[in-house]
Design a protein around this ligand. Structure first.
Ligand code: ADP
Ligand code: MG
Length: 694
């Protein structure tokens, strides 16, 4: 076996390790919990904890942590040592079943959107045994869910697990109608992560990058991405070294990093793993992001995961490939026989209905201050949600909708002159990159998520809305005399009713946006436009119906989303104001002084000289300095007003409408000065320097 195969998963307490280290009765009990979601008995947990600790200590671990995902979206951990001092002065290493199953972090400083008052500091973390424990930096990390003292979910993982359960229940019921007795259906995710790598030495000189993750100033570089040479281009040696180390570290953690390549923008790259079960894929994506940041610093680089680090250059997304499967079959695989085609069509129609009925919810899952710069900016999907099915599938759907004689699937295919649905070539369905939600042969690719977000939200919604349409299907065919006929009728009615969401054209054009409006599709342009829909009665009811979020939990997520938005823009506005006052305005003045001195010196040397160019430049610098001062005043006033606004939505609106607008104006005048101040006098590394290093 090669070194890589030998090292793969060595830092994971995975199935293989469990089989090897656990007594067989314990292994079987744990496997039941993992596969069927059965609660874990404390005796079993004690045995598992002991084995886990022995294994972890043998691999150099000294501490353990419950690794969880609070509403900030990033992961949190608090390390506890295994070491347990004894009366005789020695120490032993211990880890109990109770400590494995449940933790009690002081939860007071995590966002809760008002669910938990800060004086009630108690929160609970509970082990998610379906996601394997792993060792990171000598710490045994146990993936956990995080709840308040009163039982409300305070994290991203809990609703995701609930939604997986909801969709599993409904999908199993659907399969029951097809004569398939399946105990569990799982949703799968493959997350393609985009990111930028820049030099640490440039990063360190830019307070905006350090504090906000994006450049708040910067004139366009002389060369952008117009030569289209970066995508799939040869990878820089430094970056190559980084990628190699990243792959190896990820493999040890059982993260199956598979594909890596350069992306469209200079300095932009992508990593795609092999897909896996949703909650694990999301844990893995968060681990990947963390390792990217850490490993970059070992190579003198910084990994930028913001959605839009550079204006005028493509931003970064995170495509969420999603499917639904039994132990042995992908239910979105069209298959080759009409019978399995009917099942495929039911799942397809269910997704179509789900996406159309809950466009707002899907849009909300990708709404953030960072992603607002991407969606609709002609490089990422527009803010309008639509679905791309590809030509072949679209023909089938159209035939189903229009086929008057088509009482059965077979009949429709007869009408089309084909007996079976063509088996899709994965590769020729996926060439519409402008669609937010594309069918790509045997899965859907949701392309709106931003590079920085936790995909738990998007998948929680996807699973829940599909559970809802599968439930509608079950209700429609329940008790039908002829199941196939009833199922086919439901497919046809559903596709007909939700046809408006299907769009196979270019999503970047203005014509599409106008047409989408005519079709009645939603165009929620920004986070502040989208977020209020979280509280729409139909959405609140959906979460309650499937036990995914109760009203309090949903409300808290709304509060946190807008609060986070306001806080981020506030930090950006303040950083901008600070950098203008301390760096840019002084640089422009100093350069003006230098030019004025040059003019005087020239005149002194030869009074007959007419330093026209210098005078013109001085004039422009003076005008720029005045423009900067005016724009700065407007920004400071906008910040003060937004800071003084109390109500959550009104505050976020103030940041969106006034602070962001003031920031844009200030940026424009500062960037214009960058173009005329000498390189030596400009206080920040420019786009030209940052984006084109060797
Ligand atoms: P592209 O760049 O064309 O979108 P990639 O090959 O880079 O394609 O990424 C495809 C992603 O989709 C991978 O992460 C892959 O594992 C994932 N994927 C493939 N099949 C499924 C599936 N059934 N469910 C979820 N994700 C899937
Ligand atoms: Mg993709």
């Amino acid at each position: 076996m090669g070194r890589i195969a030998e090292e793969y998963g060595t830092l994971v307490f995975n199935d293989h390790t469990m089989q090897e280290l656990l007594p067989s009765a314990t292994y079987k009990a744990l496997a039941k919990t993992i596969k069927q979601g059965k609660p874990l008995d404390i005796e079993v947990a004690n045995v598992v904890a002991h084995a886990m600790k022995e294994w972890a200590v043998a691999h150099g671990a000294t501490h353990y942590t419950h690794w969880f995902q609070p509403l900030s979206g990033i992961t949190s951990e608090k390390h506890d040592a295994f070491v347990n001092p004894q009366k005789d002065g020695r120490a032993i290493m211990t880890f109990s079943g109770k400590a494995l199953i449940q933790g009690e972090p002081d939860a007071s400083s995590f966002p809760s959107g008002g669910v938990r008052a800060t004086f009630e500091a108690r929160g609970y973390t509970a082990w998610d045994p379906t996601s394997y424990a792993f060792i990171k930096d000598e710490v045994l990390c146990i993936p956990t869910a995080f709840c308040s003292y009163t039982g409300e979910a305070l994290d991203k993982k809990t609703p995701l697990l609930r939604s997986m359960e909801a969709v599993s229940q409904q999908a199993c019921k659907v399969l029951g109608f097809f004569g398939q007795d399946v105990p569990r259906v799982t949703t799968t995710v493959g997350a393609e992560q985009e990111y930028f790598l820049i030099k640490e030495s440039d990063y360190e000189q830019r307070q905006d990058l350090i504090l906000t993750g994006r450049t708040l100033f910067g004139a366009p570089p002389c060369k952008g991405q117009e030569m289209e040479e970066h995508y799939f281009g040869a990878i820089r040696p430094t970056v190559n070294e980084f990628m190699k180390e990243l792959d190896e570290e990820l493999w040890k953690l059982g993260v199956s990093a598979k594909t890596k390549h350069n992306e469209v923008a200079p300095c932009q790259h992508e990593l795609a793993p092999m897909f896996t079960i949703s909650n694990v894929a999301i844990d893995h994506n968060l681990l990947t992001m963390e390792l990217m940041r850490k490993i970059a610093s070992r190579h003198g680089l910084v990994c930028l995961q913001h959605e839009k680090p550079f204006v005028g250059i493509n931003g970064s997304g995170k495509h969420n490939n999603w499917s639904i499967a039994t132990d042995s079959e992908n239910l979105l695989d069209p298959g080759k026989t009409p019978a399995s085609n009917l099942r495929f069509l039911v799942f397809l129609a269910a997704v179509v209905q789900a996406v159309d009925d809950y466009q707002d919810l899907l849009r909300i899952t990708v709404a953030s201050a960072g992603n607002d710069h991407r969606l609709g900016a002609n490089e990422a999907p527009p803010a309008v949600i639509s679905m791309f099915l590809g030509d072949e599938l679209d023909r089938v759907v159209s035939a189903i909708i229009s086929g008057e004689k088509g009482e059965t699937v077979e009949a429709v295919y007869m009408d089309l002159g084909v007996k079976v649905l063509p088996s899709f070539e994965r590769d020729n369905t996926d060439r519409n990159r402008t669609s937010p939600f594309a069918f790509t042969g045997n899965k859907f690719e949701f392309r709106m998520p931003g590079s920085q977000i936790n995909l738990a939200d998007a998948n929680t919604i996807l699973n829940t809305i599909v559970a809802k349409s599968l439930k509608c299907f079950c209700e429609a065919v329940e008790g039908a005399e002829d199941f196939e006929k009833a199922a086919y009728k439901w497919v046809r009615t559903t596709l007909t009713d939700h046809q408006r969401i299907i769009f196979n054209g270019d999503g970047y054009t203005d014509e599409w946006i106008a047409e989408a409006e005519a079709r009645g599709l939603m165009n929620l342009k920004s986070t502040v436009d989208a977020a209020p829909h979280m509280l729409d009665p139909k959405n609140v009811a959906l979460f309650e119906e499937f036990g995914v979020l109760n009203e309090v939990e949903n409300r808290s997520r709304y509060e946190v989303k807008l609060d986070t938005y306001s806080k981020l823009i506030n930090i950006e506005g303040q950083t901008m104001s600070h950098m203008t006052k301390r760096k840019i305005a002084p640089a422009v003045s100093a350069y003006a002084e230098h030019i004025a001195a040059t003019i005087n010196a020239k005149k002194q040397a030869n009074p007959a000289l007419e330093p026209k160019a210098d005078l013109k430049l001085l004039d422009k610098l003076n005008e720029g300095a005045n423009g900067i001062s005016d724009a700065l005043e407007v920004l400071d006033a906008a910040l003060e007003k937004a800071q003084g606004t109390d109500e959550t939505l009104a505050k976020a609106r103030a940041y969106h409408d006034e602070v962001l607008a003031a920031m844009e104006r200030l940026r424009a005048v500062c960037d214009a000065m960058e173009g005329i101040v000498s390189t030596e006098a400009w206080p920040l590394p420019t786009y030209n320097k940052i984006l084109f290093y060797c």
